[in-house]
Design a protein around this ligand. Sequence first.
Ligand SMILES: Nc1ncnc2c1ncn2[C@@H]1O[C@H](COP(=O)(O)OP(=O)(O)OP(=O)(O)O)[C@@H](O)[C@H]1O
Ligand SMILES: [Mg+2]
Length: 242
Amino acid sequence: MKAAREKAAEKERSVSLEKMIDEVAHEMRNPLTSIGGFTRKIYRRLPQGDPNREYIKMIIEDVARLENMIRQLIELKTMGVSHPEPSDINNIINDTVKSFKKELNDNDIEVKFELMDKAPVILLDSNRVITAIANLIKNAVEASDKPPKLINISTRTRDGNIEIVVSDTGKGIPEDKIKYIFDPLFTSKIYGPGLGLTFVKRIIQEHKGTISVESESGKGAAFTIRLPLKSPGVISDSLRVF
Ligand SMILES: Nc1ncnc2c1ncn2[C@@H]1O[C@H](COP(=O)(O)OP(=O)(O)OP(=O)(O)O)[C@@H](O)[C@H]1O
Ligand SMILES: [Mg+2]
């Protein structure tokens, strides 16, 4: 009973939060476009060597960051699963990790895989799932501030789901913050903006899955994604495309 009430209150909180953020995003879009446009015009007119060029350039960069954030907020509102296709989660993970090769090398981070043999093929919007896993890896990289810098990625089937666990040995999440991390614009970073996990949660929900987190401050964090094998649907072996 209490759990149901808490769940309803939580849902209400997240709906009104999203509504407010949506309104703010729309209010900010037009003024930002003119600030950005006029500032770029001024910049082009300033002669080389003008001391104001440096300040104008800073404004242009900050406005670009805000514009990017607004674009993401609007995208968040409008996106849905658009291209579900038979997918192998292990391939998705391998492709995603490859795109982090440079960042992992530069930061001396080791990635360990524990992927199941022969993952069942399920219908996924693979580009979206890549975005979700990429955001988890990006966060793990950003949290890995001192050795041992290790990211572990595992997949398995359990209780009718495919489970993907991305864990790290980074700074972890303080207990009092953990319930806010999936909220839009919640960030502990200077340049946030705090939308990564909001996207992850949305993408996983669109696939009828769930995401949960466990963390101990100072020791690391582990995110578990569960995607149902039945719905969106297992593709029988005869239909395997891999
Ligand atoms: N692996 C992790 N280890 C420690 N803290 C984490 C981890 N993942 C997320 N967090 C915490 O949750 C917050 C929200 O994460 P989220 O990805 O939504 O936003 P962000 O990383 O701050 O910014 P963005 O993803 O938009 O660039 C982070 O600022 C950080 O405090
Ligand atoms: Mg992030």
